[in-house]
Write a new protein. Structure first.
Lengths: 149, 339
């Protein structure tokens, strides 16, 4: 289940890429889900826990993967109880947020109205109002009524 | 600062080219397009100069701004192009907006947040895309593209309802035109209310008329609505005053020259957004004529048939007719200089 909170909140990490650089675990990187997300978003291959092969940058460290993928990996694997700002993710990450929320209860923080239109059967709870939305259309209409960003 | 600046940032593997022409430029878009890498290159070049291995070519100094000491550093910077990454939470603060307003610098901000405190243009919201390899086939060439291009949100449609951002002179003008042609017209009473007014519409064909020069903060949400509801369209000239100036009613040549490359005339420290410049320009050029302009109340001279038609003709892409169907087509962005 995906829970979304718009606006400032306690216990949220505003810039997840920085948190990732200081807290990631090697096993997160080689997990099949991370490998697939890095391939899809960054077009890069995971060579090992310490090395990524990028078609643009060549061989790079884990800290050089995109901020969007770093945030997705935190959403999937971090167990600190922190909530991550999904506004660090582009719309090309939306389907992966939905995918992670199918595997675990996931709460994300948003400071803009993210475009989930590419996610089939989108389903989420907007915690600002407690409303459960069953489609992107319902999400958009409800999100635009919420003042917090 | 005024003017348009071409910026090249490159190292052995990457080359970025950007044109910056207003005080506020926003870069957003998908993850992994190179936004953070661009800022990292600029930061390295600023810290280490030529020894960084990064070339930055621009008429003005380019550097990054960020961290807790931004408010100490910013007052010492003048006539520079400052790049700010999304990690800086101060971007959404009123304090930062005030600092931008009083600054002689241009700001290039990487963020997906709407930043309603900053009056940035829909024309200055960009993404980065890779357009191929550079000459040596080793370096990847990246450039900016406008996220909200005219073509991406334009389809011909006849409006049944026009929603005007303005509640003053602009609204009076469109209300008069709509009344003559049996079109419903309402004022949103400000740009942030447009979403609410749109939410109250049903399936009627709606045209939103707003000041594109400061409408950037609304565009992500309005654009999603437009994609989802094809009955909603936008017409976004720089401002209503820009439209009056463009109509040719006022001193043709000088004004048209200013409009054709406004960035060379608009001092960023004096005008927080371009709409304020166009209001000042129109007020100045009409103060001694029968077209004397007041933003608070429309001078009825603008509703005289010949003048009104000149203004409507200036709305590129919208064909107004005296007999129905009134509107044959609409293009949402009236001033796309180069898409």
């Amino acid at each position: 289940m995906l829970n979304i909170i718009f606006g400032d909140m306690e216990n949220a990490v505003y810039h997840p890429p920085t948190y990732f650089d200081n807290q990631y675990e090697d096993e997160w990187i080689t997990d099949p889900l991370s490998v697939e997300m890095i391939k899809d978003i960054d077009k890069s291959d995971v060579i090992g826990a310490h090395l990524i092969e990028s078609p643009v940058l060549g061989s790079i460290s884990i800290k050089e993967i995109s901020g969007g993928v770093k945030t997705l990996i935190l959403m999937a694997f971090d167990e600190s109880g922190r909530i991550f700002n999904a506004s660090a993710c582009g719309d090309n990450c939306a389907k992966w947020i939905a995918e992670i929320s199918k595997r675990k209860d996931l709460t994300i923080n948003l400071h803009h109205v993210m475009d989930f239109s590419a996610v089939p059967d989108f389903y989420a709870k907007l915690l600002n109002t407690g409303t459960v939305v069953h489609s992107y259309e319902e999400y958009l209409n409800e999100a635009l009524r919420i003042k917090e960003r | 600062m005024k003017g348009k600046y071409h910026i090249v940032v490159q190292n052995n593997r990457l080359r970025y080219e950007l044109d910056i022409r207003r005080n506020i430029t926003i870069i957003r878009g998908d993850s992994a397009t190179g936004k953070t890498t661009l800022l990292r290159l600029l930061e390295q070049a600023d810290a280490l100069g030529e020894g960084s291995g990064v070339d930055v070519v621009c008429e003005r100094p380019c550097r990054t701004l960020g961290g807790a000491d931004w408010r100490i550093v910013l007052p010492s910077l003048h006539e520079q192009i400052l790049f700010i990454d999304e990690e800086n939470k101060f971007l959404k603060s009123q304090e930062f907006a005030e600092a931008v307003k009083n600054s002689s610098n241009y700001f290039v901000i990487v963020t997906r947040e709407d930043l309603p405190n900053l009056p940035y243009s829909v024309d200055e919201i960009y993404g980065i895309h890779t357009s191929g390899k550079y000459h040596d086939l080793k370096r990847t060439y990246n450039e900016l593209y406008r996220i909200y291009s005219a073509e991406s949100i334009s389809k011909k449609q006849i409006p049944e309802h026009i929603i005007v951002e303005d509640s003053n002179a602009g609204y009076e003008f469109f209300k008069s035109v709509c009344d003559e042609n049996n079109i419903r017209c309402s004022s949103a009473g400000g740009k942030s209310n447009i979403k609410t007014v749109l939410g109250e519409t049903d399936k009627e064909t709606v045209l939103v008329v707003a000041d594109g020069a400061a409408f950037g903060s609304e565009m992500n949400e309005i654009y999603q609505l437009m994609c989802h509801k094809p009955n909603i369209k936008c017409y976004l000239p720089e401002s209503f005053e820009w439209l009056l100036l463009k109509s040719g009613l006022i001193d043709g040549k000088t004004v048209q020259d200013i409009l054709s490359h406004s960035e060379d005339f608009i001092e960023s420290q004096e005008y927080f957004s371009w709409e304020r410049f166009f209001t000042a320009l129109l007020t100045e050029y009409t103060k001694a004529s029968y077209l004397k302009y007041s933003k608070s109340k429309l001078n009825k001279a603008y509703l005289q048939e010949k003048n009104k038609q000149a203004i409507l003709d200036a709305m590129e892409g919208i064909v107004w007719r005296t007999l129905p169907p009134l509107v044959k087509s609409c293009r949402p962005l009236s001033n796309p200089p180069s898409i």
